[in-house]
Ligand binder design. Sequence first.
Ligand code: NAD
Length: 265
Amino acid sequence: MKKKVIVNGACGRMGQEVVKTIVLEREEILVGVCDRVNAGKNIMDLLALDAEELIINDDLEKLIRETGPDVIIDFTIPTVIMENIRIGLTNGVNMIVGTTGITEVDLENIEKMARDNKANILIAPNFALGAVLMMQFAAEAAKYFSNVEIIELHHDQKVDSPSGTAIKTAELLNQKRDTMRDSELEEIEKISGARGADAEGVKIHSVRLPGLVAHQEVIFGGEGQTLLIRHDSYNRKSFMPGVKLALDKIDQISGLVYGLEHLLD
Ligand code: NAD
């Protein structure tokens, strides 16, 4: 049976892509769109889609009551995501969350909320299947190379850094690698931050530039060799197969699942 879906953050870059995908592919039914901007306007006009009118609402809780969705897909902003998750889960609605900025403490609270309300929630810092594979390949390589740094590159409108993908990659690397080779060097940072952020020994460097979408390099170094694993999302369509996979499987998970890799066979 087709699922009834609300897209929250529907006017944002990711939200628009999700709305287009659902409307054009017709595998699910878009019952509501929510955003704090453009309330009262028809989203189909905004996106130049030839489909039945759907008015943008700015009150998620009210929209849930009015439309009785099976799933909420959230691509909003880090400062509001916990409140959105609270609204979705306490109303017993399953959620698919791509919004970044969720901390480990947040995850503990979310897990409890999902359990208490018998709702499922899939949170993925990256919905691009290639990026999920990049993280898996990097985790595999970390068994053999303990010296590693991450460069993540995103468009200049991204507010949080490092990216959720970089943080998750560093966590995976740290589960697999030995401690780094001891260096005799006492490093001097002539400009603060030059050596990047430190995620328990894994340096993360964040680049923000117009023209970029979402890219990441994981660079391993060993005696006389380096290994580079790189993934590029050139446009936001790259995230849609992952979002559709999550839509297919959201009923089959139990409580909180963090990371799209858990949905892959
Ligand atoms: P964006 O700024 O273009 O869109 C965010 C939208 O959320 C805006 O339209 C904004 O008006 C809306 N919004 C803000 N507060 C809201 C609220 N309280 N209720 C409803 N709507 C609200 O951002 P974007 O590029 O679309 O990215 C959205 C989020 O998704 C970011 O956190 C980004 O890092 C993340 N992201 C995740 C993935 C992934 O694969 N997981 C990929 C790309 C981006």
